[in-house]
Design a protein around this ligand. Structure first.
Ligand code: SF4
Length: 403
């Protein structure tokens, strides 16, 4: 049985939230990055630099007056014609659609790309990008997996300094510690706003369904931070006044979707199947570092590096040292009072799918219900997933566990 529910809070005349969501949806659908072109027209000479998910040092770019632009692949709209010929068939979809966008000129407004070290696929994509677009800036961001401040912290601060220097040679504002501190202060404000949004989602998911929170955060991937903060602040202020009724849904944490994104309609299908997604890792890049970046440190570049080294969230592409696999996920489930977990990973996503059995085992030991499915960014049929999520929701409601 699939629960009767509507995923969105209803729009009312002059609905502030509805207007903001419309704007965010337009950004999601803007594959040609026209909004980035408009930003560049308004800021002559300034650079826009793309980056692949999950995490990239966006704050550093902002401090150099560079617009960071998260590139999430082609989604549902882009037909892959040339992209397929660059990769073997048994890998995820996002590198193919990103190459397709690049070769089709859709990313030509970007002055360069950062490829954070999430997985081998992104490493290969970064190498290919250099060959395909030699005139553009391209850097592989080797994120540390050693979390000793004197090793990983020092290494990453050095990498950040190198990127700053290379971008300055391409026309970015040269690095200055005070400018970085100011950018970090803004980033701290954004993370507090996102925490408020998350809090609203957990308390009253019917007023801010995951599909809407998704749109809001996704827009932040390519908007100047001040504009994104304005959208977040206005939404958070207006959402409690929306007309919406609580639904008889189960509360779930969704995990595994940190890179190639699920289609928005798939997120809605889960909601329609009776699942309130009260936590997820869709836009992990904007939440990757827990807590505030240290604004009082003598060297802000080192402080930015230490934010990642000491406060980076546990995720599949990050080594967790002596910590216990699954402990962070169980903590998330408890903090969000979730009833269960949905593993939703992109097909062939090595980091997510290699992590999953360890996380499943930890959930099983803790008695937390779980289900799993795979998707591709261009998955068009959601009926099977919707039925599976509906059955999961019913099983959790009836027995407190999935069958
Ligand atoms: S979806 Fe997974 S395997 Fe594919 S590029 Fe992203 S992290 Fe790597």
């Amino acid at each position: 049985m699939i629960a009767e529910s509507t995923a969105s809070a209803s729009a009312i005349p002059g609905d502030v939230c509805g207007e903001i969501l419309k704007q965010c949806r337009a950004i999601l659908e803007d594959h040609r990055l026209n909004h980035v072109s408009r930003w560049k027209d308004a800021h002559p000479g300034q650079l826009a630099i793309g980056h692949m998910p999950i995490y990239a040092p966006r704050v550093l770019l902002e401090a150099l007056d560079v617009l960071p632009v998260a590139v999430f692949g082609g989604g549902e709209e882009v037909d892959i014609i040339r992209g397929d010929s660059y990769f073997q068939s048994y890998i995820c979809h996002i590198p193919r659609s990103t190459v397709e966008l690049g070769l089709g000129g859709e990313l030509s407004v970007l002055d360069g790309m950062l490829f954070p070290s999430i997985c081998d696929v992104i490493r290969n994509l970064g190498g290919m990008w250099k060959l395909l677009f030699p005139e553009k800036y391209s850097a592989y961001v080797d994120l540390p997996q050693n979390f000793d401040p004197t090793i990983g912290g020092r290494f990453y601060a050095h990498e950040l300094g190198k990127i700053a220097g290379e971008l300055a040679q391409r026309g970015a504002t040269p690095y200055e510690p005070d400018r970085l501190r100011a950018a970090m202060a803004l980033e701290n404000r954004r993370r507090r706003a996102i925490a408020q949004l998350d809090d609203l989602r957990r308390r009253e998911p019917w007023r801010c369904p995951a599909s809407e929170a998704y749109l809001l955060l996704r827009a932040g991937g390519s908007l100047p931070i001040e504009e994104h903060l304005d959208l977040l602040d206005r939404f958070i202020q207006a959402a409690p006044q929306r007309h919406a009724r609580p639904r008889d849904n189960v509360r779930v944490v969704l995990v595994g979707a940190f890179c190639e994104q699920a289609p928005l309609e798939l997120i809605r299908a889960l909601e329609q199947a009776g699942c309130d997604i009260v936590d997820d890792d869709f836009q992990l890049g904007l939440r990757m570092i827990d807590g505030d970046l240290d604004l009082d440190a003598p060297d802000p570049l080192q402080a930015l590096a230490m934010g990642f080294v000491e406060h980076g969230q546990a995720t599949a592409s990050r080594y967790i040292g002596d910590d216990v696999k699954g402990a962070a996920l169980i903590e998330k489930v408890r903090q969000s009072s979730a009833d269960g977990v949905i593993f939703a990973a992109a097909s062939f996503c090595d980091p997510a799918l290699l992590d999953q059995p360890m996380l499943e085992r930890a959930l099983h030991a803790a008695g937390i219900p779980q289900t799993s499915f795979k998707y591709a960014e261009n998955t068009g049929q959601f009926q099977v997933i919707r039925e599976q999520a509906g059955a999961f929701s019913d099983a959790v409601k009836l027995w407190g566990a999935a069958g």
